[in-house]
Ligand binder design. Structure first.
Ligand code: GCW
Length: 685
């Protein structure tokens, strides 16, 4: 097995451009680190190893600042060369920020990497390495970077038995046989990947905490958890655990987990103190409570604030936080009940509690009101709670977007979410400004996402799905980056600097979300997947189910009326003018038409097509586009290594089968329901 698949974007291949290599080598003589710390050591190690691979130069570590050629690593507090970087520049750095500046004259070639903290230095090193990978000149570097989001987190949905909930790339790299794995090399390599794109927090176990995982916070498993925390700490990443709300019962001897019971409060306090003895910088708890059959405060007639605050009190003395998920809804709904709308649930459950949560509680809100569908509106809860810390939750794992068989580059989708104007505090109150904490001055905020990795050699099943992990980190560091820009960076770091390869893969990535949307559920309706595993088409798979996931298609029309006038009233959860926009059939963005409105198949879209013809057209188109993706990819044979070429080709061929299946099932279903023929008389079964 070659390193190509495994190293992802940290290939650090020998620089092929001789002229460029010659120029950069002038900067690469010695390196000095102004102080020492674990993270600083990591920064040095990463720099030396990558430079040696890319240029063959062994960067000598020196105690003295370089006279003429070399690199200086320093934190702001230890950096006193004001003529190089002014004090005001350093003073402007946020917690994880950094400056990279070069000084290049005929005689001197110097690079200064100065972080607010040692973590900033590490990020600066990865940035410099990115410059080298993408062959940027070093002579005039003047970079100041501050991450937009304070919390930049990954959620693993890994179970202790080694399986991964919604995992599409093998087994867990963390757990096997109800224990933490002995193979920590892989964990370290994961830490490198994450840190290189700015991730600073991780929860390592599934939010559904079953029996074995409940024990992660006991002395039986804490020493091993602490060892994992050590690995991540060296890369500037803080470790969190998902906990079972019923822990006081399951691990202790208490008959209750009632948050207002003093024994329960005491139990959590002792538990926190125990955890911090093993992991002094433990991040805190991630909690899925009263959601999909997981225990929570509802059992005791308490609300989510009371539920979360007991944990927050316990963690507070140590600086820990509680990340409480808002994915709370009735998962035992009766499909005959038209008054309950799952989309409304998060807002209905949490909005009334604004102001009730302690300062070290953060609510984690999924990007959409349902569940990571191909297309959803933005959750109206984002921005609706002015006195409560919020983080946004994305899903990098492609549960509903092709399961890492089908190609679906998600950065464009995430960008739409981040750029969405909620109008929560007037025009311009974008989601990105809310979750970065700047609008309401949150004490904790940022973004989390469900990871897409497993122990497959290439980490993500489909090699091209690595772009989503990379892209997630880069985008939440700087939401202003363009999706193309991120794609391009990823391709060059991953496959090398070959313009043709870059152009081709970039085009494939950029088209992929729209292609996937074309052949799956139309116009924002969602959910037409096989129940349980969620891959492949099944129009009525969730129609008469308990999950609150309906499309209401009959022989006349399709869609969920969520308007205030005649529907569930979900639209009223948005601020004006969004609520008016969604309420109106005219003004509702068409890609979300069936999310908000029930319309006849003959309803005419702005393109002039009817809804039924749109369904046919997009489904024929989507499947044809997958064939186009395959043609594109075939052009790359011989231009990239065979291993990755074949991995992607195999996935694309499976994707084509899936797309054809979707096309035919969706078209046939709606043809039979509507009785309206395709204008172009294409084959519908
Ligand atoms: O959509 C659902 C997934 C579950 C997941 C849940 C959640 C971890 O199908 O697998 O459970 O979302 O986000 O809690």
């Amino acid at each position: 097995i070659s390193n190509n698949s495994y190293a992802c974007w940290l290939q650090y291949k020998k620089i092929a451009n001789v002229a460029y290599e010659k120029k950069v080598k002038l900067f690469l003589e010695t390196v000095v680190a102004a102080e020492s710390s674990t993270v600083m050591e990591t920064a040095l190690e990463e720099l030396q190893a990558a430079v040696s691979k890319m240029t063959g130069v062994h960067l000598e570590k020196s105690a003295e600042p370089p006279a003429n050629h070399g690199i200086v690593l320093s934190t702001a507090a230890h950096f006193h060369q004001e003529e190089i970087i002014g004090r005001h520049v350093l003073a402007g750095l946020g917690a994880d920020g950094y400056v990279i500046r070069s000084l290049a004259t005929d005689r001197k070639k110097l690079l200064y990497l100065v972080g607010k903290t040692d973590k900033g230095v590490l990020y600066a090193v990865f940035h410099l390495l990115r410059l080298l990978q993408t062959e940027q000149p070093l002579e005039q570097v003047n970079i100041v970077e501050n991450p937009r989001n304070p919390l930049r987190m990954i959620n693993q949905w890994d179970n202790l038995d080694g399986t991964i909930e919604r995992g599409y790339a093998g087994k867990s790299i963390f757990f096997e046989n109800n224990k933490i794995t002995a193979n920590i090399t892989r964990i370290k390599d994961y830490a490198r990947l994450l840190s290189s794109v700015g991730i600073n927090a991780i929860s390592i176990n599934n939010v559904n905490v079953f029996e074995a995982a409940t024990k992660l916070i006991t002395k039986q498993l804490l020493p091993d958890v602490a060892a994992v925390a050590d690995i991540f700490r060296a890369y500037g990443i803080t470790l969190f655990l998902s906990i079972n709300y019923a822990s006081p019962i399951q691990l202790g001897t208490l008959p209750t987990a009632d948050p207002l019971d003093e024994r329960v409060q005491q139990w959590w306090k002792e538990k926190a103190s125990e955890i911090y003895r093993y992991i002094p910088d433990f991040g805190g708890f991630l909690v899925k409570a009263d959601s999909e059959h997981r225990p929570g405060p509802f059992t005791y007639g308490r609300d989510h604030a009371e539920g979360a605050n007991v944990l927050a009190e316990a963690l507070k003395p140590y600086g820990g936080v509680v990340i409480w998920r808002c994915f709370v809804y009735n998962c035992l709904q009766d499909w005959r009940d038209r008054s309950t709308d799952r989309a409304k649930a998060a807002y209905d459950n949490f909005k009334p509690l604004d102001g009730e949560f302690l300062d070290n509680v953060i609510l984690q809100v999924k990007n959409g009101p349902m569940d990571f569908q191909v297309r959803e509106p933005v959750s109206p809860l984002l921005g609706a709670m002015k006195q409560t810390n919020q983080v946004l939750e994305f899903q990098i794992a492609q549960e509903y977007t092709g399961q890492q068989i089908d190609l679906c580059y998600l950065v464009p989708q995430w960008k739409e979410v981040l750029d969405f104007d909620t109008y929560a505090k007037g025009e311009g109150t974008t989601v990105k400004s809310i979750v970065s904490g700047s609008v309401y001055g949150f004490s904790h905020s940022g973004i989390a996402a469900v990871s897409n990795i497993g122990n497959d050699v290439n980490w993500t099943g489909n090699t091209l799905a690595q772009a989503n992990l990379y892209g997630y980190g880069r985008l939440i560091w700087n939401p202003e980056l363009a999706a193309e820009e991120i794609a391009e960076e990823w391709i060059v770091s991953t496959f090398g600097n070959e313009p043709l390869v870059t152009a081709m893969i970039r085009e494939m990535l950029m088209e992929s979300w729209s292609i996937y949307e074309n052949y799956t559920a139309p116009l924002g309706i969602g959910w037409m997947v096989n129940p349980g595993h969620h891959y492949g088409p099944n129009v009525d798979g969730y129609e008469y189910a308990v999950w609150g996931t309906y499309h209401f298609a009959d022989c006349h029309g399709i869609g969920v009326d969520r308007t205030t006038g005649s529907g569930t009233g979900y639209v009223s959860q948005y601020f004006s003018p969004n609520k008016e926009m969604y309420e109106s059939l005219e003004n509702c963005p068409e890609e979300l038409l069936l999310f908000f409105h029930h319309v006849p198949y003959t309803h005419t879209l702005k393109s002039g097509e009817t809804v039924i013809q749109h369904i046919y057209n997009t489904h024929f188109k989507g499947a044809a586009q997958v064939a186009w993706l395959i043609d594109k990819w075939r052009e790359l044979e011989g231009k990239i290594d065979q291993e990755r070429y074949e991995n992607v080709l195999d996935r694309l061929q499976r994707q084509l089968k899936n797309a054809v299946e979707w096309r035919d099932i969706i078209n046939t279903y709606f043809y039979r329901k509507s009785g309206i023929a395709d204008e172009q008389n294409r084959t519908i079964y």
